[in-house]
Structures are given as structure tokens and as C-alpha cells.
Write a protein that binds this ligand. Sequence first.
Ligand code: ZN
Length: 151
Amino acid sequence: MDNLIICDRCGSDVCYVDEVNQDIKTYFCYGCGFQTNSLMKEGEDFYNTQIEILPELYKDLFHTDKDGKIWMPSAVNIPDQGMVFANGSNSTNWKWSAVKAIPVTEEEKTKYPIPGKQGEYYSYRMDMTTMKNFTELDYIEALTYINVLPE
Ligand SMILES: [Zn+2]
């Protein structure tokens, strides 16, 4: 079940908490676009994995809250709608970038093969010409731009 709480990072009141089980909760803030969970703490395996796979900018933007949970920027990627991700050179110079997905046309489909599936092609692709940047606290605007909004 979803609950709304005050975000421990930005202080907005649109942070969704989802209880995975009695030990693990996930947090996703629609105010600042950052997310974390009960395992995103120094010393946890989950955290160590994130350190290995996240882009440098995401690590630059880590924020540790009063409980020791480490918040990181979210990354939304919905193949038939678009994506929103943190984009920039460092933690003081970045924006949310939103990119819309568009249908792949019959003529261009061979340019977008699905890896490992011979003869199958993606039906949508990210159209980088639609990329638009949003400031940190306009995260919700970025989601609106690609028609993805929290319920
Ligand atoms: Zn927040």
C-alpha cells in the first residue's frame, strides 16, 4: 500500500512510501525526483551494487538522510512513452532531461532490432530531438512532458 510522507531530502509532502515487506520500504519523491529504500545504506549489498552500476553524476548526487538512507536521482524509462533522467556534468550543474518516445516507422524499423530476437523490432524509439530540460524541483513537469504522472 502506498503512503505519502514528507521527503527526508527536499521536505516536500509528495514522497511515496511503499512497504515491500516488514523490513524493506521504498521511497520515491515526486517533489525532487529522488528515490531510496531501506537497503540503500553504506555496507548493504544493494548499495554496493548501485555504486558499481550508477553513472558518476548519480553518485555525485547521493544524499544521506538522518536515518542513513542514501537518496539517488530516479531514472524513468518507459519504452512507449519516454524517459526522464538526471543529466549534467556534476552535482552543481545538472537538470532533469525528458525525452519522448515515438513510434518506429515501417521504413526505419530495421535500424531498431531487438537484441537476441531475430526478425523482431522495437515499435517505439526515444526521439532525442524532443529532449527538454527541467530544474530539480520541476521533476513533476518532466514527468508530465512524457505523459507519465503518479496516480
Ligand atoms: Zn524530495
